[in-house]
Design a protein around this ligand. Structure first.
Ligand code: NDP
Ligand code: 2IT
Length: 445
């Protein structure tokens, strides 16, 4: 059995019951075969065995008291996966589905994504099975304070720097930061996605969604001499990533016709009115279904998966993992989709990914397409360290450059290794090589 398959088999044996982690590791390792076989030194150094084992994983109790005085206990996680090229960096997810498998898949992906940004950040991820839906502000605050009361000892602006993800946005980062500062008596860049009044960066809120569109625009331009102008776009989700992907796509002249939340999706053939979505989802944290009360010409359907049945040129899955399966991919291709870019982490199943690739659809995997968020987090870290903050235009232009360069790097890696146009292979190889160089240089650690 070859080295890659042996490591994958051992990984599955040693980590039973972690299907999302197996899925992410399988996708990455299988696409690295060409570089692994060309470099026997990697096997001698046990590089892959080390790469798939987190440097550290902490799991902890998060007790909190609700508004009625009832005690609750949630699970807390932080997986510090790889620090070869910089401090651990990656978001925190608060969602009832969170478990060790999900945090490990996210942390593993983050290693290669962060490497692709070209900035000095390692990979990590954390979160909790806490469900923020329906909780009061004070409950959210007490939960965040309890979560940080354990997590703080594992963090530091040069050690591990968390940020947001599903269920964790500006409000949660604020409460987490307040508790960190109180315990440590230090005002440092230990979390990103902070408010502008206390060390945050302009554009961080918009960065992931904008980045998805910037890299898609570059791919359309360089491969098809095309652009977003006049394109029909479907975006799943209506959270941070989806909203700002919609905003940038609209600014570039696209018509976004559908968005969703975990209950269902809205279809607005005249083009989504984003201010209404923002008011429902950002301000009131309500259900997207309410959109049709404001826009009677739009329709709502229960169940979020059918959103991919809507005809579009560009599909941007921006909700969650495995939300786009083989059936959805077949429908999208039959309806003439030309580009799919993953705003979410691993939204496309392995079978659906293969289907897009074999049908020559431009497919931009999450670790490239959604890297704009963490890249801008690294720009926030740079601004915090220098204690000087940049204009919106400066951060936005750095973000655009980073996304264009990521596309060029994954495109040239795909060509160099004989997989032209396969950006899954291109992104995995380009992201891996820098991490591998750093790990080889640092010895068996
Ligand atoms: P948010 O919490 O802001 O929004 C998540 C959106 O996805 C909501 O509309 C939510 O619906 C929907 N959603 C969540 N879980 C499910 C589910 N199980 N099934 C269907 N829909 C679901 O999160 P973000 O926008 O920040 O994150 C979205 C994706 O982007 C995630 O995969 C995240 O890992 C990824 N990502 C985020 C980055 C960031 O900077 N925030 C950076 C890079 C990637 P509802 O309102 O009903 O819960
Ligand atoms: O998946 C991701 O890249 C994020 N949730 C953002 C991480 C970060 O540190 O900004």
């Amino acid at each position: 059995m070859d080295y890659v398959n042996r490591v994958l088999q051992e990984l599955k044996e040693k980590n039973p019951g972690q299907p999302e982690f197996h899925q992410a590791a399988t996708e990455v390792l299988e696409s690295l075969k060409a570089v692994i076989e060309a470099n026997p030194a990697y096997e001698k150094a046990g590089l892959l065995e080390r790469l798939v084992e987190p440097e550290r994983a902490v799991m902890f109790r998060v007790p909190w008291v609700d508004d009625n005085g009832n005690v609750h206990v949630n699970k807390g996680y932080r997986v510090q996966f790889n620090s070869a090229i910089g401090p651990y960096k990656g978001g925190l997810r608060f969602h009832p589905s969170v478990n060790l498998s999900i945090i490990k898949f996210l942390g593993f992906e983050q290693i290669f994504k962060n490497s692709l940004t070209s900035l000095p950040i390692g990979g990590g991820k954390g979160g909790s099975d806490f469900n923020p839906k329906g909780k009061s502000d004070r409950e959210i605050m007490r939960f965040c304070q309890s979560f940080m009361t354990e997590l703080y000892r594992h963090l530091g602006s040069d050690t591990d720097v968390p940020a947001g993800d599903i269920g964790v946005g500006g409000r949660e980062v604020g409460y987490l930061f307040g508790q960190y500062k109180r315990i440590r008596n230090e005002h440092t860049g230990v979390l990103t996605g902070r408010g502008l009044a206390y060390g945050g960066s302009l554009v961080r809120t918009e960065a992931t969604g904008y980045g998805v569109v910037y890299i898609s625009q570059e791919a359309l331009n360089s491969k098809l001499q095309g652009s977003f102008l006049g394109k029909r776009v479907v975006i799943s989700g209506s959270g941070n990533v989806a909203i700002y992907a919609c905003q940038k796509a609209q600014q570039l002249g696209a018509k976004v016709v559908a968005m969703s939340d975990s209950n269902g999706y809205i279809y607005d053939p005249d083009g989504i009115k984003l201010e209404i979505v923002k008011e429902i989802k950002e301000v009131r944290r309500a259900r997207i279904k309410e959109y049709i009360e404001k826009v009677p010409t739009a329709t709502y359907k229960e169940g979020h998966k059918d959103i991919w049945s809507i005809k579009c040129d560009i599909a941007l899955p921006c909700a969650t993992q495995n939300e786009l399966d083989l059936d959805a991919a077949k429908t999208l291709v039959a309806n003439g989709v030309i580009l799919v870019a993953e705003g979410a982490n691993m939204p496309t199943t392995l079978e659906a990914t293969q289907y897009f690739l074999s049908n020559k659809i431009i497919f931009l995997p999450g670790k490239a397409a959604n890297a704009g968020g963490v890249a801008t987090s690294a720009l926030e870290m740079a601004q915090s360290s220098s204690r000087i903050f940049w204009s919106f235009e400066r951060v936005d232009s750095e973000l655009q450059n980073i996304m264009v360069n990521i596309f060029r790097n994954i495109d040239s890696a795909s060509q160099k290794y004989g997989y032209e146009g396969n950006y899954v292979v291109g992104a995995n190889i380009a992201g891996f090589l820098k991490v591998a160089d750093a790990m080889m240089a640092q010895g068996i650690v």
